[in-house]
Design a protein around this ligand. Sequence first.
Ligand code: CMP
Length: 140
Amino acid sequence: MAVERTLSIIKPDATERNLTGSINSYIEKAGLRIIAQKRIRLTRKQAESFYSVHKERSFFGELVEFMISGPVVVQVLEGANAIAKYREVMGATNPANADAGTIRKDFAVDVQNNSVHGSDAPETAAQEIAFYFAGIEIVG
Ligand code: CMP
């Protein structure tokens, strides 16, 4: 199994409810290692740029407002098949469809306020990690 890295974001709905530690515990129990982490406030420009793939979607404006509404915790996770593994741990985008025991089933509010983001493929993982951690040496 390939050791991979993936980008995780703990979103404003979760930081507002003081859930960072609880979510980190789901990540670590799944065997993923948090090898970089910082709590930041996204600028509008950063949020628009990070989610630019969704710019034609009806929810884009609301998504940007949500992502700048409070602090986020951006993280790099490392482990065997980390990208797929983290998507499994997060559960479906809409918590109504998420499996029991997943982060979104247990903590998310709705499809927008869904507590966490995770990269969806190796190329996007590399791009998303560079977006938040460019120039920072990440020691696994
Ligand atoms: P995320 O995995 O970060 O990717 C895009 C985000 O858009 C998603 O999680 C949700 O927070 C948000 N979003 C809001 N509405 C929708 C929707 N109808 N379908 C998918 N994503 C949505």
